[in-house]
Design a protein around this ligand. Structure first.
Ligand code: ASP
Length: 440
């Protein structure tokens, strides 16, 4: 069958398979817009409950999944040389994608200048709660880069697990898994234990996905109801620049990246991971989406070895959508405040955005907390930061949904490229839509 026919069938099947989640998403937008005007408190409470129930259910499996996936991933790669190759390639690929994201963000923001003439938005509607939250964050981050690094090393891994601190959990899991890989056969009981944990958490994910459509519907409706659809008109330039950036990443950068670094077709990949992308949109959390991201990739032929190593690390460290948004947002603020954007300052913003995005947790809103790092680094005063933040926070949820989708998509793009390079992908499954099986 001709490739374009295969792609069409893949997309068609993808839509058919996912129509219930997709329908939930679209219905959520309409119901949210209606709720914004009608203020129906009872319905709002029900929707909030359903959305939270869905998020909590998937969050419930994330920590056992991340730990078991990393341990199985690293011990199955086994020897040091192959592990080094996987690891280096992963850092390189994630790096390329994130550098491209900040470059696109900077070019678009400098070209379209969305910040000019936006000063009146920045000073209006400053909420006291947000001010306090932001001031505390900035205070905590001042001159704090070394402490930030120290914070990545868990003093007590059990406490990190109990408090859901993803980066320290990953650091511990990586070190522990490397040690297990080193000690040889004696690791069998522990590795088998984690294989069982992984299999069971994937099974739970399958069950939770029965609830994906109402969950995504409720989450989308509650987010949209907070601001209504007219938000798109009032701050359209900023929104459009960010959304255009995301579109370029998804429609141009990832396809070219896959073309250069693999034989995989991006459309086949998007069809394969459509569920994960829609859940990423609904939940605005890469971590919460992770179980599904792994399930989609594995069921479509990307080996367990690659997906269980590359995807958990990507869901925590690779946030190119977030980096793009942070770059646009900071340049936007600089333009609105009339700060001169020298080439040096632009490079500084871009580099800080790469660091800030990768220290950001895969949870809703985290990207706007770590943006303080970028703003601080460029020496804006706290008052300016607070006022600017208030504006950014108001509209953040909707952009969070989009950037999380981009973050998750790029994790799967990198996993596909590495799987291709290492002969860890089954192209019969990947390219043959008829082979696709329902995840749920
Ligand atoms: N919500 C994003 C994610 O989970 C992180 C962010 O806030 O940018 O990927």
């Amino acid at each position: 069958m001709k490739l374009h026919m295969q792609v069409l069938i893949a997309l068609g099947l993808g839509l058919k398979r996912n129509w219930h989640i997709f329908f939930g998403l679209i219905a959520g937008i309409f119901v949210g817009a209606w709720l914004h005007n009608s203020e129906n408190a009872v319905l709002m409470n029900v929707l909030t409950f359903v959305g939270q129930l869905f998020i909590r259910l998937i969050q419930m499996v994330v920590i056992p999944l991340v730990i078991s996936a990393i341990i199985i991933g690293i011990t199955s790669i086994g020897d040091n040389k192959q592990l080094g190759k996987f690891g280096t390639k992963m850092i390189l690929y994630y790096g390329i994608i994130t550098v491209l994201a900040v470059t696109i963000g900077a070019l678009l923001a400098l070209g379209f200048k969305p910040g000019e003439g936006a000063a009146h938005y920045i000073n209006s509607e400053t909420s006291i709660g947000i001010q306090a939250q932001v001031e505390t964050t900035i205070e905590a981050q001042k001159g704090n880069v070394l402490n930030l690094v120290l914070g990545f090393i868990p003093q007590n891994p059990i406490k990190s697990v109990a408090e859901g601190e993803m980066v320290p959990i990953i650091v511990f899991a990586l070190v522990f898994a490397l040690a297990l890989a080193k000690v040889g056969e004696v690791n069998r009981p522990i590795v088998s234990f984690f294989e069982s944990v992984f299999a069971a958490t994937m099974k739970v994910t399958d069950w939770i996905m029965y609830f994906a459509a109402p969950g995504v519907f409720a989450l989308t409706a509650t987010s949209v109801s907070a601001f209504g659809l007219d938000i798109f008109g009032s701050i359209s330039e900023y929104l459009l620049v960010v959304l255009l950036g995301f579109f370029i990443q998804m429609a141009i950068v990832y396809p070219i990246f896959l073309k250069i670094f693999s034989k995989a077709s991006v459309l086949m990949l998007y069809a394969a991971v459509a569920e994960a992308l829609m859940v990423a949109f609904g939940t605005a959390s890469s971590s919460a989406t992770l179980p599904l991201t792994i399930a989609c990739c594995e069921k479509r032929g990307i080996s367990h070895k690659v997906s269980s190593f590359v995807l958990p690390l990507g869901a925590t460290l690779n946030m190119d959508g977030t980096a793009l948004l942070q770059t646009v947002a900071v340049i936007f603020l600089a333009q609105a405040y009339g700060v001169a954007l020298t080439p040096f300052l632009i490079c500084q913003i871009a580099i800080l955005a790469i660091v800030a995005s990768s220290t950001c947790a895969g949870i809703p809103g985290a990207g706007l907390i770590t943006i303080a790092l970028v703003l601080n680094g460029m020496g804006l005063t706290p008052e300016q930061l607070v006022a600017g933040f208030a504006f950014l926070f108001t509209i953040d949820r909707i952009l969070d949904m989009f950037r999380t989708m981009v973050n998750v998509a790029s994790d799967t793009v990198v996993a596909t490229a590495i799987a291709d390079n290492e002969n860890e992908i089954n192209y019969d499954l990947f390219n043959n839509p008829e082979e696709y099986k329902e995840i749920i």
